[in-house]
Design a protein around this ligand. Structure first.
Ligand SMILES: *Cc1c(COP(=O)(O)O)cnc(C)c1O
Length: 344
């Protein structure tokens, strides 16, 4: 292959742009463990304001943000209710149990979306035999659900159900800005209803590292303590926060392009004989496609032909559109996939 491969495995593969690298190089920095990094403080304040929260905390990853929230909100033996395909349940290495001694209780949602009745049914009554139901975690957009956006009203109903059951609510908003752009409402629409929210900059926003956990002042104070315990206290990390600030200024509105590219890619894939794509499931930057061959053995063949994607089931592929692949690249991706299927 003379040309670079088209990498649609994830929006985490995005690389910092020249403008972002300049912002990083020029960032004013200090020791953030002393609270003296002005760029980190600016980022935390910007995110808190955007999410209508009292404070923010810069953390190295979305996983750490989610886990700090769980650590602050729960005590050992308590129960965390979350969707079966959710990130904190599947992709955080058992941390809910390993770090905090809390017990996950999963609910199967519709493309990641939960109903108030499900939440109510999953939360337990008060009885000496039972674990205390403490926290509900919601994910927006929902990754395994297909990059699904919670409709604000539906999200509000879920939060109300949680409140009636006495639960705290954490929002895993790794791709909350994708939801903002897709739904055309501010990210605070969802975040202001939750007790805490994580947002990630290292996904479609294109920063190399970084997430912010937001919540009340008291919550952030506790999360800051736990961050130190987990080794997440960073020093002159303003150099990283500068990339996140740059992303807020330059890479949020453009997520709409990724969403359009995903729809175009999905349509093109759906035209290939034997490939199945639920077009109405493509709400943001992700495309899930069923192929008429074994997905795990198809992936290396695609790679050899210049297309990187992930298999997510026996016949399922996930393709994620992002900053580093334009419309032509997405169309070429579909052409590569078609050519291989037709030559099999
Ligand atoms: C990526 C992601 C995270 C955080 O992942 P890190 O790799 O730890 O930054 C959390 N939740 C969801 C839904 C994600 O997609």
């Amino acid at each position: 292959m003379a040309t670079a491969p088209i990498d649609l495995r994830s929006d985490t593969v995005t690389r910092p742009t020249p403008g972002m690298r300049r912002a990083m190089a020029e960032a004013e920095v200090g020791d953030d463990v002393y609270g003296e990094d002005p760029t980190i403080r600016a980022l935390e304040a910007r995110v808190a304001e955007r999410l209508e929260q009292e404070g923010g905390l810069f953390v190295p990853s979305g996983t750490q943000g989610n886990q700090l929230a769980i650590g602050v909100h729960t005590r050992p033996g308590e129960e965390v209710i979350l969707e079966e395909g959710s990130h904190p349940f599947n992709y955080e290495n058992g941390a809910i149990a390993a770090l905090w001694g809390a017990q996950p209780r999963t609910i199967v949602g519709q493309r990641g979306i939960l109903t108030p009745a499900q939440i109510q049914a999953a939360s337990r009554g008060v009885d000496d035999h039972l674990p205390r139901s403490r926290l509900l975690i919601l994910e927006n957009t929902h990754n395994r659900g297909g990059g699904t956006v919670w409709k604000p009203g539906v999200f509000g109903d879920a939060v109300n159900a949680a409140r009636s059951a006495g639960l705290l609510v954490h929002l895993d908003g790794a791709r909350l800005f994708n939801a903002e752009v897709a739904a055309g409402v501010p990210a605070s629409t969802w975040a202001r209803l939750a007790d805490s929210t994580t947002v990630c900059f290292s996904k479609g926003l294109g920063a190399p590292v970084g997430s912010v956990l937001a919540g009340s002042k008291a919550f952030i104070g506790e999360a800051r303590r736990l961050r130190k315990r987990l080794g997440g206290g960073m020093r002159q990390a303003g150099i990283l926060a500068a990339a996140c600030l740059y992303a807020l200024d330059h890479h949020v509105a453009r997520l709409a392009e990724d969403h359009e590219n995903a729809r175009a890619l999905a349509r093109r894939l759906a035209e290939i004989p034997g490939v199945r794509v639920e077009l109405d499931r493509v709400e943001t930057n992700m495309v899930y496609a069923e192929v008429p061959v074994s997905a795990p053995s198809f992936v290396p063949r695609l790679r050899a032909a210049g297309l990187l994607v992930n298999s997510v089931g026996p016949h399922a592929l996930r393709l994620v559109c992002h900053l580093d692949v334009d419309r032509a690249g997405c169309e070429r991706a579909a052409d590569i996939l078609r050519a291989l299927l037709e030559s099999k």
